[in-house]
Write a protein that binds this ligand. Structure first.
Ligand SMILES: Nc1ncnc2c1ncn2[C@@H]1O[C@H](COP(=O)(O)OP(=O)(O)OP(=O)(O)O)[C@@H](O)[C@H]1O
Length: 356
C-alpha cells in the first residue's frame, strides 16, 4: 500500500544553475489512486503570495504529475558557485497551486465523510510550516474542508436511512500537552477511554448542529478564542494543534458515537525544530510540538506497516486520536508547502516528514 508519503526518488544534483531533468523511476500515475486506503498522504502547494512576488521570491516547487513533486533547492558550494539540487517525491496525490478547496475536498475529505456514515472514525490532518496553508485548507471559515464536509453531512442526514442520526461538533486545542475547550472559555479538558475503546474528551462542550450557518457561527466563536488564547499573541494558531470534531450520534442514545470525523490544523511544523531559541517558554513549546509530531509520525508509520504496537501514549495528540486510528478508521494527511525559495528547507522537511 503506497501510503504515508510513498516512494522517495533519487536526488539529482546539477551545477552552475543549470537544471537537468530529475531522475525518476516511474511515470506519473493517473488520478485513480485509491481514495479508500486506510491512510492517504497528499501534498498541497499554495501559490506565491503577493508579498513574496514583490520580494522577488522564486517558485522552486514543481508539480510534475498527479502524484509527483519536484523541489529545486538553491544551494551554494564552498567556492560560492551556485547550483540547484533537485529532489523528487511521490505521494498518494499532489495538488498544485491552482487546485481549489472544492477539488481538494473531493479527493481527501469526501471519502472520509462517506466513511463515517458507514460507522467509521476518520481523521484529516494538515501538516506544514507556518504560513503554508494549513488553516486555509482545513479551517478557513468559508471554504475550509470542514465547511464542505459539513454541507455534505447535513445533506446526508436528510436522507431517510440516516434520519435516526444527528451531528454535533466540539472544537478544542492541544497546547503544551494540555487540552483546552475552544467552545467553553478555554476550559481545561481531560481525555479518557470508555468501555468501547472510544476516546472521550470529558467536559468538552458539544453543540448539536443542523445546518452549515449554525456550524460556522459556533466555529467562529472557537476561532476567536484560539487566536487570542494561550499567549495573547496573534500567531498562537501556529503554536497549538486545533481539533474540530464532528460526531454522528443516534438521536435515541446520545452517549453512543456512531461515526466521528476530526479535522486537525497542526501546529507549525518548524515550531518543533530546535532553532537555538533562548526563551524558555518558546523552547518548551517547541519541544512539546516536536514530541507530538514525532509521535504522530510513529503512529501513522506503525499503522501503515500493520505493526502490533502503536505508540499512542507518546503524546497527548496521539492519545486523543487513538480511536480514530485503530479498528474501523481512515486517515488522510495533507502536507502543505510554501513554494518560495526562502522556504526550501522547511518545504523539504515537510515532504520528508510525510515521506516514509
Ligand atoms: N491554496 C491557497 N490558495 C490561496 N491562498 C492560500 C492558499 N493557502 C494559503 N493561502 C494564504 O496564505 C496565507 C497563509 O495561510 P494559512 O494561514 O492557512 O497558513 P498556516 O499554515 O495555517 O499558518 P499557521 O501555522 O501560522 O496557522 C493566508 O493568507 C492564506 O489565505
Amino acid at each position: 500500500m503506497p501510503s504515508l508519503g510513498a516512494i522517495r526518488m533519487t536526488d539529482a544534483v546539477t551545477s552552475s544553475l543549470k537544471v537537468s531533468a530529475p531522475v525518476t523511476s516511474t511515470s506519473p500515475s493517473s488520478r485513480s489512486s485509491n481514495l479508500n486506503q486506510k491512510i492517504r498522504v497528499c501534498v498541497r502547494k499554495r501559490p506565491l503570495s503577493t508579498k513574496e512576488i514583490n520580494r522577488n521570491e522564486k517558485d522552486i516547487t514543481q508539480v510534475t504529475g498527479d502524484r509527483n513533486i519536484q523541489i529545486n533547492e538553491p544551494k551554494t558550494k564552498l567556492d560560492l558557485t551556485k547550483f540547484v539540487e533537485q529532489h523528487s517525491f511521490v505521494f498518494d496525490e499532489v495538488f498544485d497551486e491552482y487546485t481549489r478547496n472544492e477539488v481538494l475536498y473531493e479527493r481527501t475529505a469526501l471519502p472520509l465523510v462517506n466513511y463515517i456514515f458507514a460507522g467509521g472514525k476518520a481523521t484529516c490532518f494538515a501538516y506544514g510550516q507556518t504560513g503554508s496553508g494549513k488553516t486555509f485548507t482545513m479551517l478557513d471559515p468559508r471554504r475550509g474542508l470542514y465547511v464542505l464536509a459539513a454541507r455534505d453531512i447535513f445533506d446526508m442526514l436528510q436522507q431517510p436511512q440516516y434520519e435516526h442520526l444527528f451531528a454535533s461538533i466540539g472544537f478544542y486545542e492541544i497546547y503544551q500537552g494540555q487540552l483546552y475547550d475552544l467552545l467553553n472559555e478555554r476550559k481545561r479538558l481531560h481525555a479518557r477511554e470508555d468501555g468501547n475503546n472510544n476516546v472521550v474528551i470529558a467536559g468538552l462542550h458539544e453543540y448539536a448542529i443542523s445546518n452549515v450557518d449554525s456550524l460556522m457561527q459556533v466555529f467562529d466563536l472557537g476561532s476567536q478564542v484560539r487566536s487570542t488564547g494561550a499567549t495573547g499573541a496573534n500567531d498562537s494558531s501556529s503554536r497549538s494543534h486545533a481539533v474540530l470534531q464532528i460526531l454522528l450520534k443516534p438521536k435515541k442514545s446520545r452517549k453512543t458515537i456512531f461515526g466521528k470525523l476530526s479535522f486537525i490544523d497542526l501546529a507549525g511544523s518548524e515550531r518543533g525544530a530546535d532553532r537555538g531559541e533562548t526563551d524558555v517558554k518558546t523552547r518548551m513549546e517547541g519541544a512539546e510540538i516536536n514530541k507530538s509530531l514525532l509521535a504522530l509520525k510513529e503512529c501513522i508509520r506503525a499503522l501503515d506497516q500493520d505493526k502490533k504496537h502503536t505508540p499512542f501514549r507518546q503524546s497527548k495528540l496521539t492519545q486523543v486520536l487513538k480511536d480514530s486510528f485503530v479498528g474501523k478508521s481512515r486517515t488522510c494527511m495533507i502536507a502543505t508547502i510554501s513554494p518560495g525559495n526562502t522556504n526550501s528547507e522547511h518545504t523539504l522537511n515537510t515532504l520528508r516528514y510525510a515521506d516514509r
